[in-house]
Design a protein around this ligand. Structure first.
Ligand code: ADP
Length: 566
Protein backbone atom coordinates (compact mmCIF):
# COMPACT_ATOMS: atom_id res chain seq x y z
CA UNK A 1 0.00 0.00 0.00
CA UNK A 2 1.24 3.45 -0.89
CA UNK A 3 0.81 6.04 1.84
CA UNK A 4 0.33 9.72 1.15
CA UNK A 5 3.32 11.84 2.12
CA UNK A 6 0.99 14.53 3.48
CA UNK A 7 -0.74 12.11 5.81
CA UNK A 8 2.62 10.74 6.88
CA UNK A 9 3.77 14.26 7.68
CA UNK A 10 0.58 15.02 9.64
CA UNK A 11 1.00 11.80 11.60
CA UNK A 12 4.58 12.78 12.35
CA UNK A 13 3.54 16.26 13.48
CA UNK A 14 0.64 14.83 15.53
CA UNK A 15 3.16 12.64 17.30
CA UNK A 16 4.72 15.79 18.72
CA UNK A 17 1.54 17.75 19.30
CA UNK A 18 2.46 18.57 22.92
CA UNK A 19 5.71 20.29 21.99
CA UNK A 20 4.19 21.87 18.88
CA UNK A 21 1.21 23.25 20.82
CA UNK A 22 3.56 24.73 23.39
CA UNK A 23 5.60 26.27 20.58
CA UNK A 24 2.46 27.75 19.01
CA UNK A 25 1.35 29.17 22.38
CA UNK A 26 4.82 30.65 22.88
CA UNK A 27 4.69 32.15 19.41
CA UNK A 28 1.23 33.66 20.12
CA UNK A 29 2.40 35.07 23.45
CA UNK A 30 5.54 36.33 21.71
CA UNK A 31 3.59 38.20 19.05
CA UNK A 32 1.26 39.58 21.75
CA UNK A 33 4.26 40.91 23.63
CA UNK A 34 5.67 42.26 20.37
CA UNK A 35 2.41 44.09 19.66
CA UNK A 36 2.41 45.57 23.15
CA UNK A 37 5.86 47.15 22.75
CA UNK A 38 4.79 49.99 20.38
CA UNK A 39 1.93 50.82 22.78
CA UNK A 40 4.36 51.17 25.70
CA UNK A 41 6.77 53.23 23.60
CA UNK A 42 3.84 55.44 22.59
CA UNK A 43 2.96 56.00 26.28
CA UNK A 44 6.61 56.58 27.12
CA UNK A 45 7.01 59.26 24.50
CA UNK A 46 3.84 61.07 25.46
CA UNK A 47 4.73 60.93 29.18
CA UNK A 48 8.31 62.26 28.88
CA UNK A 49 8.53 65.57 30.75
CA UNK A 50 4.98 65.19 32.07
CA UNK A 51 5.60 62.72 34.94
CA UNK A 52 7.54 59.69 36.18
CA UNK A 53 8.59 57.32 33.37
CA UNK A 54 10.84 54.83 35.22
CA UNK A 55 8.07 52.22 35.57
CA UNK A 56 7.27 52.46 31.85
CA UNK A 57 10.95 52.01 31.00
CA UNK A 58 11.07 48.93 33.23
CA UNK A 59 7.95 47.51 31.60
CA UNK A 60 9.56 48.00 28.20
CA UNK A 61 12.79 46.30 29.31
CA UNK A 62 10.71 43.49 30.84
CA UNK A 63 8.76 43.03 27.59
CA UNK A 64 11.96 42.92 25.56
CA UNK A 65 13.68 40.43 27.87
CA UNK A 66 10.65 38.16 28.24
CA UNK A 67 9.94 38.10 24.51
CA UNK A 68 13.56 37.30 23.65
CA UNK A 69 13.70 34.55 26.26
CA UNK A 70 10.43 33.10 24.95
CA UNK A 71 11.76 33.33 21.40
CA UNK A 72 14.95 31.51 22.34
CA UNK A 73 13.03 28.82 24.19
CA UNK A 74 10.61 28.36 21.30
CA UNK A 75 13.44 27.96 18.83
CA UNK A 76 15.20 25.45 21.10
CA UNK A 77 11.97 23.52 21.62
CA UNK A 78 11.29 23.32 17.88
CA UNK A 79 14.79 22.27 16.98
CA UNK A 80 14.83 19.54 19.63
CA UNK A 81 11.39 18.35 18.50
CA UNK A 82 12.61 18.30 14.90
CA UNK A 83 15.69 16.29 15.87
CA UNK A 84 13.47 13.90 17.82
CA UNK A 85 11.24 13.42 14.78
CA UNK A 86 14.30 12.77 12.62
CA UNK A 87 15.58 10.27 15.18
CA UNK A 88 12.23 8.45 15.33
CA UNK A 89 12.11 8.25 11.53
CA UNK A 90 15.68 6.92 11.47
CA UNK A 91 14.84 4.31 14.11
CA UNK A 92 11.89 3.14 12.01
CA UNK A 93 14.00 3.07 8.87
CA UNK A 94 16.89 1.21 10.50
CA UNK A 95 14.57 -1.42 11.84
CA UNK A 96 12.80 -1.68 8.48
CA UNK A 97 15.96 -1.71 6.37
CA UNK A 98 17.30 -4.68 8.31
CA UNK A 99 14.13 -6.74 7.92
CA UNK A 100 13.03 -6.39 4.30
CA UNK A 101 12.74 -9.44 2.06
CA UNK A 102 16.08 -10.12 0.32
CA UNK A 103 14.42 -9.45 -3.05
CA UNK A 104 13.95 -5.80 -2.06
CA UNK A 105 17.72 -5.35 -1.66
CA UNK A 106 18.12 -6.76 -5.17
CA UNK A 107 15.93 -3.89 -6.43
CA UNK A 108 17.60 -1.05 -4.52
CA UNK A 109 21.21 0.01 -4.44
CA UNK A 110 22.94 0.08 -1.10
CA UNK A 111 24.20 3.65 -1.40
CA UNK A 112 20.72 4.89 -2.27
CA UNK A 113 19.23 3.17 0.79
CA UNK A 114 21.92 4.73 2.96
CA UNK A 115 21.11 8.18 1.53
CA UNK A 116 17.47 7.77 2.50
CA UNK A 117 18.52 7.06 6.06
CA UNK A 118 20.93 9.99 6.22
CA UNK A 119 19.96 12.81 3.93
CA UNK A 120 16.21 12.37 3.36
CA UNK A 121 15.48 12.14 7.07
CA UNK A 122 17.40 15.37 7.62
CA UNK A 123 15.12 17.26 5.26
CA UNK A 124 12.15 16.35 7.46
CA UNK A 125 13.66 18.58 10.12
CA UNK A 126 12.77 21.63 8.04
CA UNK A 127 9.05 20.84 8.36
CA UNK A 128 9.35 21.61 12.06
CA UNK A 129 11.83 24.45 12.08
CA UNK A 130 10.97 26.06 8.73
CA UNK A 131 8.53 28.66 9.99
CA UNK A 132 5.63 26.23 10.44
CA UNK A 133 4.96 27.28 14.01
CA UNK A 134 5.33 31.01 13.41
CA UNK A 135 3.08 30.51 10.39
CA UNK A 136 0.43 29.04 12.68
CA UNK A 137 0.86 31.99 15.07
CA UNK A 138 0.65 34.34 12.11
CA UNK A 139 -2.43 32.55 10.81
CA UNK A 140 -4.18 33.16 14.14
CA UNK A 141 -3.33 36.88 13.95
CA UNK A 142 -4.58 36.92 10.37
CA UNK A 143 -7.88 35.28 11.25
CA UNK A 144 -8.38 37.74 14.11
CA UNK A 145 -7.61 40.67 11.84
CA UNK A 146 -9.94 39.36 9.13
CA UNK A 147 -12.82 39.07 11.63
CA UNK A 148 -12.18 42.64 12.77
CA UNK A 149 -11.99 43.80 9.14
CA UNK A 150 -15.37 42.19 8.49
CA UNK A 151 -16.80 44.32 11.30
CA UNK A 152 -15.48 47.46 9.57
CA UNK A 153 -16.34 46.83 5.90
CA UNK A 154 -17.41 43.47 4.47
CA UNK A 155 -17.28 44.69 0.88
CA UNK A 156 -13.63 45.76 1.04
CA UNK A 157 -12.73 42.60 2.94
CA UNK A 158 -14.22 40.65 0.03
CA UNK A 159 -11.83 42.44 -2.33
CA UNK A 160 -8.84 41.72 -0.14
CA UNK A 161 -9.78 38.06 0.29
CA UNK A 162 -10.25 37.67 -3.48
CA UNK A 163 -6.71 38.87 -4.14
CA UNK A 164 -5.22 36.81 -1.30
CA UNK A 165 -7.10 33.66 -2.35
CA UNK A 166 -5.97 33.88 -5.97
CA UNK A 167 -2.36 34.27 -4.83
CA UNK A 168 -2.70 31.45 -2.33
CA UNK A 169 -3.99 29.07 -5.00
CA UNK A 170 -1.13 30.05 -7.31
CA UNK A 171 1.41 29.57 -4.54
CA UNK A 172 0.07 26.19 -3.40
CA UNK A 173 -0.11 25.08 -7.03
CA UNK A 174 3.48 25.99 -7.75
CA UNK A 175 4.61 24.50 -4.45
CA UNK A 176 3.80 20.99 -5.77
CA UNK A 177 6.69 21.66 -8.14
CA UNK A 178 8.93 22.15 -5.12
CA UNK A 179 7.91 18.75 -3.79
CA UNK A 180 8.61 17.13 -7.15
CA UNK A 181 12.01 18.81 -7.54
CA UNK A 182 12.98 17.95 -3.98
CA UNK A 183 12.18 14.31 -4.61
CA UNK A 184 14.21 14.40 -7.81
CA UNK A 185 17.07 16.16 -6.09
CA UNK A 186 17.07 13.47 -3.41
CA UNK A 187 16.91 10.77 -6.06
CA UNK A 188 19.98 12.29 -7.64
CA UNK A 189 21.67 12.36 -4.23
CA UNK A 190 20.67 8.69 -3.87
CA UNK A 191 22.20 7.89 -7.27
CA UNK A 192 25.32 9.72 -6.20
CA UNK A 193 25.50 7.77 -2.92
CA UNK A 194 24.94 4.47 -4.73
CA UNK A 195 27.51 5.30 -7.40
CA UNK A 196 30.12 6.43 -4.91
CA UNK A 197 29.47 3.36 -2.75
CA UNK A 198 30.11 1.04 -5.70
CA UNK A 199 33.14 3.03 -6.79
CA UNK A 200 34.70 2.85 -3.33
CA UNK A 201 34.05 -0.87 -2.99
CA UNK A 202 35.73 -1.35 -6.38
CA UNK A 203 38.38 1.31 -5.85
CA UNK A 204 41.24 -1.10 -6.52
CA UNK A 205 39.77 -2.20 -9.84
CA UNK A 206 39.10 1.39 -10.84
CA UNK A 207 42.63 2.47 -9.93
CA UNK A 208 44.16 -0.54 -11.67
CA UNK A 209 42.12 0.15 -14.79
CA UNK A 210 42.98 3.85 -14.66
CA UNK A 211 39.24 4.50 -14.83
CA UNK A 212 39.12 7.35 -12.29
CA UNK A 213 38.21 9.90 -14.94
CA UNK A 214 35.25 8.05 -16.45
CA UNK A 215 33.90 7.05 -13.03
CA UNK A 216 34.33 10.64 -11.91
CA UNK A 217 32.38 11.90 -14.93
CA UNK A 218 29.47 9.65 -14.05
CA UNK A 219 29.43 10.71 -10.41
CA UNK A 220 29.75 14.37 -11.33
CA UNK A 221 26.68 13.98 -13.55
CA UNK A 222 24.69 12.80 -10.52
CA UNK A 223 25.97 15.74 -8.47
CA UNK A 224 25.10 18.09 -11.35
CA UNK A 225 21.61 16.65 -11.52
CA UNK A 226 21.08 17.28 -7.80
CA UNK A 227 22.30 20.83 -8.39
CA UNK A 228 19.91 21.29 -11.31
CA UNK A 229 16.93 20.23 -9.19
CA UNK A 230 18.10 22.60 -6.45
CA UNK A 231 18.21 25.44 -8.97
CA UNK A 232 14.68 24.57 -10.09
CA UNK A 233 13.50 24.72 -6.48
CA UNK A 234 15.18 28.10 -6.16
CA UNK A 235 13.39 29.31 -9.30
CA UNK A 236 9.94 28.34 -8.02
CA UNK A 237 10.69 29.80 -4.59
CA UNK A 238 11.95 32.99 -6.23
CA UNK A 239 8.63 33.31 -8.06
CA UNK A 240 6.58 32.65 -4.94
CA UNK A 241 8.05 35.49 -2.88
CA UNK A 242 7.41 38.36 -5.33
CA UNK A 243 3.96 36.87 -5.97
CA UNK A 244 3.03 37.35 -2.34
CA UNK A 245 4.48 40.86 -2.34
CA UNK A 246 2.51 41.70 -5.46
CA UNK A 247 -0.68 40.37 -3.91
CA UNK A 248 -0.24 42.55 -0.85
CA UNK A 249 0.58 45.67 -2.82
CA UNK A 250 -2.43 44.98 -5.03
CA UNK A 251 -4.64 44.65 -1.96
CA UNK A 252 -3.34 47.93 -0.53
CA UNK A 253 -3.92 49.79 -3.77
CA UNK A 254 -7.43 48.33 -4.09
CA UNK A 255 -8.30 49.19 -0.50
CA UNK A 256 -6.88 52.71 -0.75
CA UNK A 257 -8.54 53.41 -4.12
CA UNK A 258 -11.94 51.89 -3.46
CA UNK A 259 -11.84 52.83 0.23
CA UNK A 260 -11.09 56.46 -0.75
CA UNK A 261 -14.05 56.45 -3.08
CA UNK A 262 -16.27 55.00 -0.36
CA UNK A 263 -15.11 57.68 2.09
CA UNK A 264 -15.89 60.35 -0.54
CA UNK A 265 -19.33 58.83 -1.09
CA UNK A 266 -19.86 58.86 2.68
CA UNK A 267 -20.29 55.05 2.91
CA UNK A 268 -17.47 54.74 5.49
CA UNK A 269 -15.57 57.19 7.67
CA UNK A 270 -11.88 58.11 7.41
CA UNK A 271 -11.27 56.49 10.82
CA UNK A 272 -12.78 53.23 9.49
CA UNK A 273 -10.51 53.32 6.47
CA UNK A 274 -7.43 53.87 8.63
CA UNK A 275 -8.42 51.03 10.95
CA UNK A 276 -9.05 48.77 7.97
CA UNK A 277 -5.63 49.57 6.49
CA UNK A 278 -3.95 48.84 9.84
CA UNK A 279 -5.64 45.44 9.97
CA UNK A 280 -4.58 44.83 6.40
CA UNK A 281 -1.00 45.25 7.63
CA UNK A 282 -1.63 42.57 10.23
CA UNK A 283 -2.94 40.25 7.53
CA UNK A 284 -0.04 40.85 5.17
CA UNK A 285 2.85 40.50 7.57
CA UNK A 286 2.50 36.74 8.30
CA UNK A 287 1.79 35.91 4.64
CA UNK A 288 5.49 35.65 3.79
CA UNK A 289 6.05 33.28 6.72
CA UNK A 290 3.06 31.18 5.69
CA UNK A 291 4.24 30.86 2.11
CA UNK A 292 7.73 30.05 3.35
CA UNK A 293 6.24 27.32 5.53
CA UNK A 294 4.38 25.89 2.53
CA UNK A 295 7.70 25.68 0.68
CA UNK A 296 9.50 23.83 3.46
CA UNK A 297 6.57 21.48 4.00
CA UNK A 298 6.63 20.61 0.31
CA UNK A 299 10.33 19.86 0.59
CA UNK A 300 9.72 17.65 3.60
CA UNK A 301 6.97 15.84 1.69
CA UNK A 302 9.35 15.22 -1.20
CA UNK A 303 11.76 13.56 1.22
CA UNK A 304 8.96 11.64 2.96
CA UNK A 305 7.91 10.21 -0.42
CA UNK A 306 11.33 8.59 -0.70
CA UNK A 307 11.28 7.36 2.88
CA UNK A 308 7.78 5.93 2.36
CA UNK A 309 9.00 3.97 -0.66
CA UNK A 310 10.99 1.95 1.85
CA UNK A 311 8.52 2.03 4.73
CA UNK A 312 5.74 0.82 2.39
CA UNK A 313 7.71 -2.33 1.56
CA UNK A 314 6.38 -5.17 3.68
CA UNK A 315 9.08 -6.59 5.95
CA UNK A 316 9.97 -10.23 5.50
CA UNK A 317 7.11 -12.29 6.90
CA UNK A 318 7.67 -13.75 10.37
CA UNK A 319 4.63 -16.05 10.21
CA UNK A 320 4.70 -19.78 10.61
CA UNK A 321 5.32 -22.38 13.22
CA UNK A 322 8.77 -22.99 14.67
CA UNK A 323 10.74 -25.68 12.86
CA UNK A 324 11.71 -28.86 14.68
CA UNK A 325 15.37 -29.76 14.29
CA UNK A 326 15.96 -31.82 11.17
CA UNK A 327 18.96 -33.06 9.21
CA UNK A 328 17.62 -33.48 5.71
CA UNK A 329 16.30 -31.24 2.95
CA UNK A 330 14.14 -32.12 -0.03
CA UNK A 331 13.30 -30.14 -3.16
CA UNK A 332 9.96 -31.25 -4.58
CA UNK A 333 9.38 -29.98 -8.12
CA UNK A 334 10.70 -26.51 -7.26
CA UNK A 335 10.70 -23.72 -9.85
CA UNK A 336 11.97 -20.25 -9.18
CA UNK A 337 12.82 -17.00 -10.93
CA UNK A 338 14.14 -13.72 -9.55
CA UNK A 339 12.04 -11.71 -11.96
CA UNK A 340 9.18 -13.00 -14.06
CA UNK A 341 10.98 -13.37 -17.36
CA UNK A 342 13.93 -15.72 -16.81
CA UNK A 343 13.41 -19.02 -14.98
CA UNK A 344 16.44 -19.77 -12.78
CA UNK A 345 15.38 -23.14 -11.37
CA UNK A 346 13.01 -25.42 -13.28
CA UNK A 347 11.24 -28.44 -11.76
CA UNK A 348 14.06 -29.26 -9.37
CA UNK A 349 13.42 -32.41 -7.34
CA UNK A 350 16.32 -33.65 -5.20
CA UNK A 351 16.88 -35.28 -1.84
CA UNK A 352 19.63 -34.16 0.48
CA UNK A 353 19.73 -36.99 3.03
CA UNK A 354 20.70 -36.51 6.66
CA UNK A 355 24.37 -36.70 7.56
CA UNK A 356 25.64 -36.65 3.99
CA UNK A 357 27.90 -34.31 2.11
CA UNK A 358 26.08 -33.14 -0.97
CA UNK A 359 27.76 -31.04 -3.63
CA UNK A 360 26.01 -28.92 -6.22
CA UNK A 361 28.02 -28.42 -9.40
CA UNK A 362 27.30 -26.97 -12.82
CA UNK A 363 28.35 -24.19 -15.15
CA UNK A 364 28.41 -20.68 -13.78
CA UNK A 365 24.93 -19.16 -13.69
CA UNK A 366 23.20 -22.55 -13.65
CA UNK A 367 21.44 -21.77 -10.35
CA UNK A 368 23.70 -23.38 -7.72
CA UNK A 369 23.79 -20.46 -5.29
CA UNK A 370 20.08 -19.93 -5.85
CA UNK A 371 19.37 -23.42 -4.51
CA UNK A 372 21.16 -22.49 -1.28
CA UNK A 373 19.25 -19.18 -1.11
CA UNK A 374 15.98 -21.11 -1.30
CA UNK A 375 17.00 -23.54 1.46
CA UNK A 376 17.96 -20.57 3.64
CA UNK A 377 14.56 -19.04 2.75
CA UNK A 378 15.97 -15.81 1.39
CA UNK A 379 13.43 -16.34 -1.39
CA UNK A 380 10.34 -18.52 -1.71
CA UNK A 381 9.87 -20.86 -4.67
CA UNK A 382 7.35 -19.83 -7.33
CA UNK A 383 6.00 -23.37 -7.37
CA UNK A 384 6.83 -26.68 -5.77
CA UNK A 385 7.82 -27.30 -2.17
CA UNK A 386 10.88 -27.50 0.01
CA UNK A 387 10.98 -29.80 2.99
CA UNK A 388 13.13 -29.57 6.08
CA UNK A 389 13.01 -33.14 7.34
CA UNK A 390 9.31 -33.90 6.88
CA UNK A 391 8.19 -30.31 7.46
CA UNK A 392 7.00 -28.15 4.58
CA UNK A 393 9.26 -25.07 4.78
CA UNK A 394 6.47 -22.74 3.70
CA UNK A 395 4.74 -23.30 7.05
CA UNK A 396 7.83 -22.61 9.16
CA UNK A 397 9.13 -19.31 10.47
CA UNK A 398 12.17 -18.11 8.58
CA UNK A 399 14.02 -17.45 11.81
CA UNK A 400 13.61 -21.03 13.00
CA UNK A 401 14.71 -22.43 9.62
CA UNK A 402 17.81 -20.22 9.74
CA UNK A 403 18.50 -21.44 13.26
CA UNK A 404 18.74 -24.96 11.87
CA UNK A 405 20.39 -24.24 8.53
CA UNK A 406 23.76 -22.49 8.77
CA UNK A 407 24.94 -20.58 5.72
CA UNK A 408 28.34 -19.35 4.59
CA UNK A 409 28.00 -17.09 1.58
CA UNK A 410 30.39 -16.93 -1.33
CA UNK A 411 31.78 -13.50 -0.55
CA UNK A 412 31.82 -14.25 3.15
CA UNK A 413 31.06 -11.06 4.99
CA UNK A 414 33.21 -9.81 7.81
CA UNK A 415 31.54 -7.14 9.88
CA UNK A 416 33.43 -4.23 11.36
CA UNK A 417 34.59 -5.06 14.86
CA UNK A 418 36.78 -7.67 16.47
CA UNK A 419 37.21 -11.33 15.65
CA UNK A 420 35.11 -12.07 18.72
CA UNK A 421 32.29 -9.75 17.53
CA UNK A 422 32.28 -11.61 14.23
CA UNK A 423 32.25 -15.04 15.79
CA UNK A 424 29.49 -14.22 18.27
CA UNK A 425 27.11 -12.82 15.66
CA UNK A 426 24.81 -15.84 15.69
CA UNK A 427 25.73 -17.16 19.14
CA UNK A 428 26.22 -14.23 21.51
CA UNK A 429 26.69 -16.56 24.49
CA UNK A 430 29.64 -18.57 23.19
CA UNK A 431 32.69 -18.54 25.49
CA UNK A 432 36.22 -17.53 24.46
CA UNK A 433 37.17 -21.18 24.74
CA UNK A 434 34.50 -22.15 22.23
CA UNK A 435 35.64 -19.34 19.92
CA UNK A 436 39.21 -20.67 20.00
CA UNK A 437 37.94 -24.17 19.33
CA UNK A 438 36.10 -22.93 16.24
CA UNK A 439 39.16 -20.99 15.02
CA UNK A 440 41.17 -24.17 15.53
CA UNK A 441 38.76 -26.14 13.34
CA UNK A 442 39.17 -23.72 10.45
CA UNK A 443 42.94 -23.34 10.88
CA UNK A 444 42.77 -19.71 11.90
CA UNK A 445 44.05 -20.09 15.46
CA UNK A 446 47.66 -19.43 14.62
CA UNK A 447 46.91 -16.40 12.48
CA UNK A 448 44.80 -14.87 15.24
CA UNK A 449 47.34 -15.67 17.93
CA UNK A 450 49.94 -13.77 15.92
CA UNK A 451 47.60 -10.79 15.99
CA UNK A 452 45.69 -9.79 19.07
CA UNK A 453 43.69 -12.95 19.49
CA UNK A 454 39.93 -12.61 19.71
CA UNK A 455 40.33 -8.86 20.18
CA UNK A 456 41.94 -8.40 16.75
CA UNK A 457 40.06 -5.60 15.06
CA UNK A 458 39.00 -6.40 11.50
CA UNK A 459 38.79 -3.68 8.86
CA UNK A 460 35.51 -2.17 7.76
CA UNK A 461 35.20 -4.71 4.98
CA UNK A 462 37.55 -7.22 6.49
CA UNK A 463 40.40 -5.97 4.36
CA UNK A 464 43.01 -7.30 6.71
CA UNK A 465 41.89 -10.87 5.93
CA UNK A 466 42.27 -12.63 2.62
CA UNK A 467 39.22 -14.01 0.81
CA UNK A 468 39.99 -17.53 1.99
CA UNK A 469 40.54 -16.37 5.57
CA UNK A 470 37.24 -14.53 5.52
CA UNK A 471 35.50 -17.63 4.29
CA UNK A 472 37.10 -19.67 7.07
CA UNK A 473 36.14 -17.12 9.70
CA UNK A 474 32.55 -17.30 8.45
CA UNK A 475 32.77 -21.06 8.65
CA UNK A 476 34.01 -20.83 12.25
CA UNK A 477 30.99 -18.66 13.03
CA UNK A 478 28.72 -21.35 11.66
CA UNK A 479 30.55 -24.07 13.60
CA UNK A 480 29.76 -22.18 16.81
CA UNK A 481 26.11 -22.15 15.78
CA UNK A 482 26.28 -25.93 15.71
CA UNK A 483 23.46 -26.15 13.19
CA UNK A 484 22.54 -29.63 11.95
CA UNK A 485 22.59 -28.49 8.32
CA UNK A 486 25.34 -26.34 6.85
CA UNK A 487 25.24 -24.62 3.47
CA UNK A 488 28.52 -23.50 2.01
CA UNK A 489 28.94 -21.46 -1.12
CA UNK A 490 32.52 -22.06 -2.09
CA UNK A 491 34.46 -18.94 -2.94
CA UNK A 492 35.28 -18.76 -6.64
CA UNK A 493 38.11 -16.32 -6.53
CA UNK A 494 40.84 -15.02 -4.29
CA UNK A 495 41.60 -18.46 -2.91
CA UNK A 496 44.98 -19.99 -3.61
CA UNK A 497 45.49 -23.70 -3.53
CA UNK A 498 46.92 -23.62 -0.03
CA UNK A 499 43.87 -21.75 1.17
CA UNK A 500 41.67 -24.10 -0.76
CA UNK A 501 43.17 -27.05 1.10
CA UNK A 502 42.62 -25.25 4.40
CA UNK A 503 39.01 -24.66 3.50
CA UNK A 504 38.64 -28.31 2.50
CA UNK A 505 40.03 -29.36 5.86
CA UNK A 506 37.69 -26.96 7.59
CA UNK A 507 34.75 -28.32 5.66
CA UNK A 508 35.67 -31.84 6.66
CA UNK A 509 36.00 -30.74 10.27
CA UNK A 510 32.55 -29.22 10.08
CA UNK A 511 31.04 -32.28 8.43
CA UNK A 512 30.95 -34.36 11.61
CA UNK A 513 27.32 -35.14 12.45
CA UNK A 514 26.15 -32.57 9.95
CA UNK A 515 24.42 -32.48 6.65
CA UNK A 516 26.67 -30.47 4.42
CA UNK A 517 25.58 -28.85 1.18
CA UNK A 518 28.46 -27.35 -0.76
CA UNK A 519 28.16 -25.32 -3.92
CA UNK A 520 31.37 -26.31 -5.63
CA UNK A 521 32.92 -24.12 -8.25
CA UNK A 522 35.91 -26.48 -8.41
CA UNK A 523 35.20 -30.13 -8.67
CA UNK A 524 38.39 -30.94 -6.77
CA UNK A 525 36.56 -29.88 -3.61
CA UNK A 526 33.83 -32.45 -3.96
CA UNK A 527 35.04 -35.63 -5.62
CA UNK A 528 34.63 -37.34 -2.25
CA UNK A 529 31.02 -36.13 -1.75
CA UNK A 530 28.35 -38.71 -0.95
CA UNK A 531 26.18 -37.18 -3.62
CA UNK A 532 26.76 -34.68 -6.38
CA UNK A 533 23.90 -32.77 -8.01
CA UNK A 534 24.68 -31.54 -11.51
CA UNK A 535 22.74 -28.44 -12.52
CA UNK A 536 22.40 -27.31 -16.10
CA UNK A 537 20.61 -24.05 -16.76
CA UNK A 538 18.32 -24.45 -13.75
CA UNK A 539 17.51 -28.12 -14.35
CA UNK A 540 18.89 -31.17 -12.59
CA UNK A 541 21.08 -32.89 -15.20
CA UNK A 542 22.25 -35.73 -13.00
CA UNK A 543 22.68 -36.96 -9.44
CA UNK A 544 25.27 -39.43 -8.24
CA UNK A 545 28.80 -39.91 -6.97
CA UNK A 546 31.87 -38.69 -8.80
CA UNK A 547 32.49 -42.15 -10.22
CA UNK A 548 28.92 -42.75 -11.35
CA UNK A 549 28.59 -39.29 -12.89
CA UNK A 550 31.84 -39.72 -14.77
CA UNK A 551 30.07 -42.70 -16.35
CA UNK A 552 26.63 -41.28 -16.87
CA UNK A 553 26.81 -37.51 -17.27
CA UNK A 554 28.36 -35.90 -20.28
CA UNK A 555 28.10 -32.45 -18.71
CA UNK A 556 29.89 -33.68 -15.59
CA UNK A 557 32.62 -35.33 -17.64
CA UNK A 558 32.94 -32.08 -19.50
CA UNK A 559 33.27 -30.05 -16.31
CA UNK A 560 35.76 -32.54 -14.93
CA UNK A 561 37.95 -32.59 -18.02
CA UNK A 562 38.05 -28.82 -18.13
CA UNK A 563 39.21 -28.80 -14.51
CA UNK A 564 41.89 -31.42 -15.19
CA UNK A 565 40.20 -34.06 -13.09
CA UNK A 566 39.60 -36.64 -15.76
P1 ADP B 1 25.51 -20.10 -9.92
O1 ADP B 1 25.62 -20.11 -8.43
O2 ADP B 1 25.25 -21.44 -10.50
O3 ADP B 1 26.65 -19.43 -10.62
P2 ADP B 1 23.27 -18.37 -9.42
O4 ADP B 1 22.33 -19.19 -8.63
O5 ADP B 1 24.10 -17.38 -8.67
O6 ADP B 1 24.21 -19.29 -10.32
O7 ADP B 1 22.47 -17.55 -10.53
C1 ADP B 1 21.56 -18.18 -11.41
C2 ADP B 1 20.94 -17.13 -12.32
O8 ADP B 1 20.18 -16.22 -11.57
C3 ADP B 1 21.98 -16.31 -13.06
O9 ADP B 1 21.51 -16.11 -14.37
C4 ADP B 1 22.02 -15.00 -12.32
O10 ADP B 1 22.28 -13.95 -13.21
C5 ADP B 1 20.64 -14.89 -11.74
N1 ADP B 1 20.63 -14.23 -10.41
C6 ADP B 1 21.38 -14.60 -9.36
N2 ADP B 1 21.12 -13.81 -8.28
C7 ADP B 1 20.18 -12.93 -8.67
C8 ADP B 1 19.49 -11.87 -8.03
N3 ADP B 1 19.71 -11.57 -6.74
N4 ADP B 1 18.59 -11.16 -8.76
C9 ADP B 1 18.36 -11.48 -10.05
N5 ADP B 1 18.97 -12.46 -10.71
C10 ADP B 1 19.87 -13.20 -10.05
Amino acid sequence: MKSSPFRALLAMLAHHKGALTLAVVLSLVGSGLGLAQPLVINRLISTVGQGPIAHLAWILVGLLVVSSVLGAFQSYLLTVTAETAVKATRHDLISHLLRLPIAVYDRHRTGDLVTRLGSDTTIIRSAFTGGLVSAIGGLATMIGAIILMAMVDVFMLGLVLAVVTVTLIAVIGSSTLIQRYTRRAQEAVGDLGAGMDRALVAVRTIRASGAQDSVETGLRADADNAWLQGVRIARVAALIFPATGLAMQGSFLLVLGIGGARVAAGTITVADLVTFVLYLFMVSMPLGTIFGAITTIRQAMGAIERINQIMDEEPESVDGSPARPAHSVRFDDVSFSYSDDTPVLVDVSVDIPAGTKTAIVGPSGSGKSTMLALIERFYDPDSGRLYLGDQDMAGLTRASVRGIVGYVEQEAAVLAGTVRDNLLLATPDATDEQCWWALDQVNLRERMEEAEGLDTVLGDRGLTLSGGQRQRLALARMLLMDSPILLLDEPTSAVDSQNEQLILDAIDASAADRTLVVVAHRLSTVTDADQIIVLDDGRVAGVGTHASLMESSELYRDLASRQLLA
